[in-house]
Design a protein around this ligand. Structure first.
Ligand SMILES: [Zn+2]
Length: 446
């Protein structure tokens, strides 16, 4: 892995995602010790920092790394095993038993494969969830891969609807979570943060929810990450069990606020939207997952009109079935346009912000990442625009949102380290992973 000490990184276009949405032509950034030191035209940067190494930017767009605000790296080995099912069947028939049967090695392999795919396709930060057990191995995978992540054990203490699931008591669950927080929160120069991942209300008792909220308040920069209001069937069950709708129940537990992000948020009534806004709770929008599980279309425009912070995400490989954020930007824009029958909704620039700086805001990391600005961490990607899908190139943002794919990403830098370049992942032995995944796949076939 190459750590960039003093390096110039160029781009034919530099898409900053800064507050003015500036796009510079023939531009470059100068990176020192993992941070963006200066931004300017190529000429200016080369004049000021002439002795530095250079990463060429011909036929490249340079932009901030993408922020995936809801992933399950550990589910990647279950890709293609749970197609064409609704949410609750998808969970009970494949995902929960699949996760339960993961050995320590499987958790590491599955998470590493997920992080490898995210890095390969331009994601530099993941807001991630692991399994109920062996989650240390998921942390290790995040650390070894070089990705920036909030992640943590999956917290659940009820398996009433999902009998093939390991269940610990609420106290055991929270004890393990605290051990992980003490070990990993803020580790790797603050690249790895722990999170409190309440799976969803159908698998968390009121006692566990209370313990999660109490624990969150004891640490700084520790977020609650959960799923909420994803499918109609799930919302109906929550109402039956808790006697109130999903968001009202979360509010009553004290689980909402600026340090909570929940994925999906599709089936809310008017008061619930207001609760989300008033509590400054963050939303992660997962368009592919919502389409594939036929959960519904999230009203992203409504959240944005109210001033709610919304990030974008892939969700896990079994409900997508890939972890390429470029698919999500395109689909998120298209879905809102067709929902409102209004072609002007979620234009390219706005959706690109959702995948970068607004995603960073959603997970409270925007002071360090999400845009190309002086002083921020050097989490950068270059997208190749020399291929047929990129010509003509009138507008780099239009290209990134409506035409590019993760396969066009040609360099990925996180924390000033090159993690992907010239078709090579520098931290991950992908050939070894392929062999191990094949072995895992043969176990399923057996
Ligand atoms: Zn999810």
């Amino acid at each position: 892995m190459i750590r960039l000490k003093e390096t110039i990184i160029e781009g034919d276009y530099l898409v900053t995602c800064n507050p003015k949405n500036q796009i510079l032509k023939e531009a470059a950034v100068y990176v020192v010790d993992g941070r963006i030191h200066s931004i300017g035209t190529k000429k200016e940067i080369h004049t000021d920092y002439s002795s530095s190494k250079v990463i060429d930017g011909k036929n490249k767009i340079l932009l901030p790394g993408l922020i995936n605000t809801h992933s399950h790296s550990v589910q990647t080995l279950l890709r293609g095993k749970a197609d064409d099912l609704s949410l609750l069947d998808w969970l009970s028939k494949v995902i929960l038993p699949g996760e339960l049967n993961f050995s320590e090695q499987d958790v590491y392999l599955s998470s590493l494969l997920g992080f490898a795919e995210m890095i390969r396709t331009g994601t530099t930060t993941a807001n991630d969830m692991l399994t109920t057990h062996n989650s240390e191995k998921g942390f290790e995978a995040a650390i070894d891969s070089g990705i920036r992540a909030r992640t943590g054990k999956m917290l659940m203490d009820i398996n009433q609807d999902f009998p093939d699931t390991e269940v610990e008591s609420a106290d055991e669950v929270i004890d393990k979570a605290i051990r992980h927080i003490e070990t990993y929160h803020g580790s790797e120069n603050n690249r790895i943060k722990s999170s409190l991942n309440a799976r969803f209300l159908l698998s968390c008792s009121p006692k566990l929810m209370k313990l999660i909220v109490d624990t969150q308040q004891q640490y700084s920069d520790l977020m609650i990450h959960t799923h909420a209001s994803e499918s109609k069937a799930e919302c109906k069950k929550v109402k039956k069990i808790f006697g109130k709708s999903y968001i009202r129940a979360l509010k009553e537990f004290g689980a909402l606020g600026s340090e909570t992000i929940f994925a999906h948020g599709i089936w809310l009534d008017e008061e619930e939207y207001r609760i989300v806004k008033e509590t400054d709770t963050r939303i992660s929008h997962n368009p592919s997952s919502n389409c594939k599980l036929a959960s519904g279309i999230c009203d992203v425009q409504k959240y944005l009109d109210m001033g709610v912070i919304v990030g974008l995400a892939t969700d896990g490989a079994p409900c997508n079935n890939n972890l390429d954020m470029f698919n999500e930007v395109r689909l998120a824009s298209f879905l809102q346009k067709v929902k409102y029958l209004n072609e002007k909704i979620l234009p390219a620039q706005q959706i690109l912000r959702m995948a970068t700086i607004d995603g960073a805001r959603a997970i409270n990391w925007d002071h360090e990442v999400g845009s190309i600005e002086e002083g921020k961490k050097a989490d950068l990607i270059q997208v190749d625009v020399s291929d047929v899908n990129a010509i003509p190139l009138y507008d780099p943002v239009s290209h990134l949102v409506y035409s590019a794919s993760g396969k066009d990403v040609c360099i990925v830098i996180i924390d000033g380290k090159i993690l992907y370049q010239d078709n090579v992942l520098t931290t991950i032995d992908i050939e070894k992973i392929k062999k191990e995944v094949k072995k895992y796949q043969e176990k399923w076939i057996d």
